[in-house]
Design a protein around this ligand. Sequence first.
Ligand code: GLU
Length: 447
Amino acid sequence: MTVRVRFAPSPTGMLHVGNVRTALITWLFARKNAGHYLLRIDDTDTERSKKEYEDAIRESLTWLGLNWDEEAWQSKRLDRYAVVIEDLKRAGRLYACYETPDELNLKRKALLSQGLPPIYDRAALNLTAEQKAAYESQGRKPHWRFKLNLEPIIWNDLVRGSVEFDGADLSDPVLIREDGTPLYHLCSVIDDIDFKITHVVRGEDHVTNTALHIQMFKAMNATPPQFAHLPLLSDPEGGKLSKRLGSMSIIDLRDQEGLEPMAIPSLLARLGTSDPIEAYSSYQPLIDHFDFSKFSRGTPKFDTDELERLNARIIHTLPFAMVKDRLAVMGLSELDENFWNAVRANLERVRDITTWWQVAKGPITPIIDDADFTQTAVTHMPPEPWNESTWGEWTNAVKNATGRKGKDLFMPLRKALTGMDHGPELNTLLPLIGAEKAKKRLSQLAA
Ligand code: GLU
């Protein structure tokens, strides 16, 4: 059996950490099993669906390196849905209802006030042809509900284990709106059948939907696929994801935050699993170790600091070839591999490199704590050419001449040379600054 999965976003908003996690985990499962990954655009809500969101979804997935094998749009399949709707009506599994939203609300409130679950009472099933005609003559249009079988619904969830519902505890879901447009449940199940989906992976907010869908698959003479429901992410305090990086769109994490794409899957693929979270520069190890059995049912906590740490760790080993073009866009096309390798360990974001480029190329404002000391240092500068051992030779000579050591020796030199009290190792930075600029800076000259 070939694994066939789908990621089915509604183009009514941007992809965030939460929904992209579903995309990622579905993708890892597909790639692990040499399966087929469908990107299904759930765009039947024509009022809220927007082309710009659809484009942003595709752009987000592409940036993250999550490729897909096929693409489908629900809005292009309305004819197909219409055929299935007729079949279900003929089979008596879809029935017309005429209640207004206010009437339904009243019924719900009445049940709740009696301490009863707000299950739809199926009053519409008892309407006579005359009553229906009367509603229609008042201008009411029916919405259509799926008639559930009042029987147990059981499935073995790949994450949650055995899950059990009873049709008697659920309301018959509305599948067709008053204006005749089909709703998510109907389109989704028809698509899952037609695209031969073998595994449905989605958030646990869909667990009850799955109970409904299983009966719908059966009503359409199809075998339900397998299901995996992922617990939804929370913030570190267990609340809704709302903090900074957690609530930003993937596009903003790229453009505003300047994150590395692999930082995101490095965290999201392993969160809530028994595998350790590490910084990965490629997907292969994540694919190789993927298994639904490693996912726990607990709520995984999304920690922004952890994302920051993974991002930095990825940059610290990022090869120059991977950033060359981005540096050029930042106006740093002169920045070469040597420079990149010298400073990358100090970066939390690639864009921070502009600071160190400025320090190396100047001009900077030197910080001089003790002019006599820095002048003495000038007189002990080794001759060019400079390399990685120059800093060691030089500071040794200055140490012998002045008797200073440790921080007293290094810090005034760092502040004079860079205008800052922290930064990349000076043995790598010093040759990048060069003797001419170093001499000027130690002599309090802007350079
Ligand atoms: N469009 C639905 C959503 O975004 C898809 C859910 C599903 O995977 O079936 O929630």
